[in-house]
Design a protein around this ligand. Structure first.
Ligand code: IPE
Ligand code: IPE
Ligand code: MG
Length: 257
């Protein structure tokens, strides 16, 4: 740096305010099939490229200062797809965990899986449990994989977790508050997403984090998931930093403060 541009010790330079970084980002990774179709490729190729984009998303999240990243990997409604596609998505998850777990662990990433076990092949359940166990004490990025996940299913699971306590008399109906329900969701202990990004241009949540998205900022990117990279992640965060969050109140301060 030229000497004349160096900040002098006598006159410390103010740090310019950077964009406000969301603590928790949820991503609805959509558009693998359309990405492939537009290039005359099989859908499988779109899903394979989508796995590369997941790697980019994880490393970008850490670089950008995001603390929690939740990706929508397989929805409770995706079972309605042809079984060959479901099997392919499962195979790619196996490959991802087997090839990337050591690297994610090395990068201090803590993996948590949200979603239901029902219907998921046993070997995948074991792989996911192993990923959670191996990374349980990591203190870096909290990486939630929403697999066989649906927001309504998750709320029903929370109710099923509370019901026995109610029946045993450990909990009274008056104690069933939003905070108690949140504490029984799969995401218990993880802050609600500040930002939810969806690729592919579709403008819906498709059953993703329904409870937790109450006050999330939504950013819809006009690119397909295989095209998602650090630049796209940064653009979504820039958009987030321009939003004014009011939570039903009247404060007009932007998220940047
Ligand atoms: C996202 O891409 C991957 C999953 C939903 C598992 P899609 O497979 O939904 O791709 P499109 O929406 O058909 O293009
Ligand atoms: C949402 O994408 C589910 C995942 C990203 C895993 P979909 O492609 O399944 O959603 P719809 O069918 O367009 O609503
Ligand atoms: Mg889709």
């Amino acid at each position: 740096m030229p000497a004349r541009l160096q900040p002098s010790a006598a006159q410390p330079q103010a740090t310019p305010p950077g964009p406000a970084v969301p603590v928790h980002v949820g991503i609805i990774m959509d558009g693998n099939g359309r990405w492939a179709a537009e290039r005359g490729l099989p859908r499988a190729e779109g899903h394979r490229r989508g796995m590369e984009a997941v790697r980019q998303a994880v490393s970008s999240a850490t670089e950008l200062g995001v603390k929690y990243l939740t990706i929508f990997s397989f929805s409770s409604e995706n079972w309605t797809r042809p079984s060959e596609e479901v099997q392919l998505l499962f195979a790619l998850l196996r490959i991802f965990i087997q090839s990337d777990l050591a690297d994610l662990h090395e990068k201090n990433v803590k993996i948590t899986v949200i979603g239901a076990d029902e219907g998921v092949p046993k070997d995948i359940c074991l792989l996911l449990e192993d990923a959670e166990r191996v990374t349980a004490n990591n203190t870096g990025l909290g990486f939630q994989v929403a697999f066989n996940y649906g927001g309504r299913d998750e709320i029903a699971r929370a109710v099923r977790r509370i019901a026995p306590k109610l029946m045993r008399g450990e909990v009274t109906p008056a104690e069933i508050t939003p905070a108690m329900i949140a504490a029984h969701l799969d995401t218990a202990g993880i802050p609600d997403p500040d930002l939810i990004i969806r690729t592919s241009g579709e403008l819906r949540l498709s059953n993703f984090l329904l409870w937790q998205a109450a006050y999330s900022e939504l950013v819809f990117l006009p690119i397909y998931w295989p095209e998602f990279d650090r630049k796209a992640f940064g653009q979504a965060i820039d958009e987030f930093s321009r939003r004014k969050r009011r939570y039903g109140g009247l404060a007009t301060a932007s998220v940047a403060g």
